[in-house]
Ligand binder design. Structure first.
Ligand code: GDP
Ligand code: PGA
Ligand code: MN
Ligand code: MN
Length: 613
């Protein structure tokens, strides 16, 4: 039943008046729909952060960690069924289903607005509604965008304070007429119903019904029922990828699921690399890489999202629109990612990790041996004999980027991209590294990536699925159109376009062990990529791209046999022909809208595989 006469708020652009007035009018409309007890306008100040933190601790929603061991850090435990993005409840409400494409769940926008009206009506009763103005990228930057998130979760406000630029300068820019994206979030658990019956709060409020809804044309996001990560921090996946990808299509730029690094060679040449891997496939680790090769260094610019725009110099320029990290905790340890370990030594919110008896945190992979006793992510006693993971596999840390010791000093500036890298988690077939001979073949490589599912989203872990550009859950419009957009941008860039590569750190031997040591040793692959960009080393042609000449991949000091190296680069014609068959099936899902050049690339690949068979 619709308990409020106001229809769900119109898009901000259709609210009359100046943008600041439009913001106020929009906030008022959301409040009159959701009926919070109070409206608080956030500015991200230290006082506000301290007040909200204390409030969450008092309410039992955050556990303060021992300030000696983990200063200014907190643990949150989610509801056991609210632990990852919910792709099955994520909707793209473009005007037509064709615009959403076959990889998105489409709903008619008007029908969805009516459903949202019912859900959000009174959804904040008994709670405070926070208004969070934020900037993606530095305020006023050439690739930056503004947004506002309205939320009834103080945990979300604190997380947004770490991962976005939240502050009064955003309101000033909105007041000066800069457009902004409107996002609304409710955990969907009012503390009072329409009749006035109260219910008590819980440590992690959420609802059984969940909706993560994007309206691409009106640049709006509505999220209901979840408090977790990409479902609730709406600046991240919902805005910076789903909505921004549509803005980029319309305005000639790209919003991508990519880390950004600056790699510097021993000769002092800087290479900027943008790499797209699916969730939980190694972006944060590569972004913080400490090269195992002497003389090489890596500076971190971003670990999850890049916005890229062709510059007047004919090159592709990129920024990290975020200001913080929402990183996977399990597997993060001193031997795999020491930079992350240092980054999260203080000022961090941990979610769904285990609590130690001395008030610190632990997760699988933090240390080689687990402590003898822990409280696990569900709040239950845990010992190594428990037989269950102490931390949830998608447990996360939330921390501001400025704590990262390898952060680039000029992180606010845009950087010209030298290499685009696509990756995934493939135990078979895909070589350690290959270069695309042309831009079109690079776009094909990105479009046809498949990867084994991880715990970052609901679904069966390990199952192979297509994840084009690592954007399957994040592209706000028809994926085939996204590929054409990439081809157009390549055409525009011409000789200034980045080189394109594919990597796979996850190939396994017959016993199921990783063939490649990964982590800091991935610098050896980055070195080859940089040398290819420089034109300093030749490459060997294969049916699936240009491979390194074994002599050019520096494996000195690695315990890796020639047989293992061969296995890392093996291209088995039969299994690749089968892969081609499945690729064709996948491209057919786009009903003739997949770029014509892909057919040519696939035909060529098949001919080369037949010749090699
Ligand atoms: P992201 O979600 O894409 O940012 O991925 P992360 O960097 O957080 O890594 C996800 C998981 O993959 C973690 O458990 C890592 O320890 C693991 N991982 C990352 N890089 C590598 C690698 O090079 N080799 C292997 N075997 N595992 C890796
Ligand atoms: P990541 O980001 O797993 O790519 O780090 C969060 C997510 O994709 O949900
Ligand atoms: Mn991600
Ligand atoms: Mn990450």
């Amino acid at each position: 039943m619709i308990t409020n006469p106001n229809h769900t708020t119109p898009a901000p652009a259709t609210v009359p008046g100046s943008p600041r007035v439009a913001l106020e009018a929009w906030v008022a409309r959301v409040a009159s729909l959701t009926c919070p007890d109070a409206v608080v306008r956030c500015d991200g100040s230290p006082d506000e952060t301290a007040r909200l933190t204390q409030q969450l601790v008092d309410e039992g929603k955050l556990i303060a960690l021992d300030p000696e061991r983990r200063p200014n850090s907190y643990l949150a435990r989610s509801a056991p069924d609210d632990v990852a993005r919910v792709e099955g409840r994520t909707f793209t409400c473009s005007r037509t289903p064709e615009d959403a494409g076959p990889t998105n769940l489409w709903r008619d926008p008007d029908a969805m607005r009516a459903e949202l009206d019912d859900l959000f009506a009174g959804s904040m009763r008994g709670r405070t509604m926070y208004v969070v103005p934020f900037s993606m990228g530095p305020v006023g930057g050439p690739i930056s965008q503004l947004g506002v998130e309205v939320t009834d979760s103080a945990y979300v406000v604190l997380s947004m304070g770490k991962t976005t630029r939240l502050g009064p300068e955003v309101l000033r820019a909105i007041g000066a007429g800069v457009p902004w994206v409107a996002t609304v979030h409710s955990v969907g658990m009012p503390l009072r119903d329409a009749a006035g019956t109260e219910r008590s709060d819980v440590a992690w409020p959420c609802a059984e019904t969940r909706y993560i809804v994007q309206f691409p044309e009106t640049r709006e996001v509505w999220s209901y029922g979840s408090g977790y990560g990409g479902n609730a921090l709406l600046a991240k996946k919902c805005f910076a990828l789903r909505i921004a990808s549509v803005m980029g299509r319309d305005e000639g730029w790209l919003a991508e699921h990519m880390l950004l690094i600056r790699l510097t060679s021993p000769e002092g040449r800087a290479f900027h690399v943008a790499a797209a891997f699916p969730s939980a496939c190694g972006k944060t680790n590569l972004a913080m890489l400490q090269p195992a090769l002497p003389g090489w260094s890596v500076e971190t610019i971003g670990d999850d999202i890049a916005w890229l725009r062709p510059g007047s110099d004919g090159r592709l320029h990129a920024i990290n629109p975020e200001a913080g990290l929402f990183g996977v905790a399990p597997g993060t340890g001193a031997d795999t990612n020491p930079v992350a370990v240092e980054t999260i030594a203080a000022d961090t919110i941990f979610t769904n990790v285990a609590l130690t008896d001395d008030g610190d945190v632990w997760w699988e992979g933090l240390t080689p041996e687990p402590p003898a006793h822990l409280v696990d992510w569900t709040g239950a006693d845990w010992t190594p004999a428990s037989g269950t993971p102490a931390a949830h596999p998608n447990a996360r840390f939330t921390v501001a980027l400025d704590r990262c010791p390898s952060l680039a000093a000029d992180v606010d500036a845009s950087v010209p991209i030298d290499a685009v890298v696509f990756g995934g988690r493939r135990s078979t077939n895909v070589p350690l590294v290959a270069q695309a001979p042309t831009w079109a073949e690079g776009v094909f490589m990105g479009a046809t990536v498949s990867s084994e599912r991880t715990a970052a989203a609901e679904g069966t872990v390990g199952e192979l699925r297509r994840d084009p550009f690592a954007m399957l859950p994040f592209c706000g419009y028809d994926m085939a159109e996204h590929w054409s957009h990439w081809l157009d941008i390549g055409e525009q860039l011409g000789a200034g376009a980045p080189a394109v590569f594919q990597v796979n750190w996850f190939r396994k031997d017959q016993d199921g062990s990783f063939l490649w040591p990964g982590f800091r040793e991935n610098a050896r692959v980055l070195e080859w990529i940089a040398r290819r960009v420089e034109g300093a080393v030749p490459a060997v042609e294969s049916p699936v791209g240009l491979l390194p000449d074994v002599a050019d991949l520096d494996v000195r000091g690695l315990a890796i046999s020639d047989a293992q190296l061969d296995a890392l680069f093996a291209v088995d014609p039969d299994s690749w022909l089968e892969e081609c068959r499945r690729t064709e099936e996948f491209l057919d899902e786009f009903g003739g809208r997949s770029p014509a050049v892909f057919t040519a690339v696939l035909d060529e690949r098949r001919a080369a595989l037949h010749a090699a068979a």
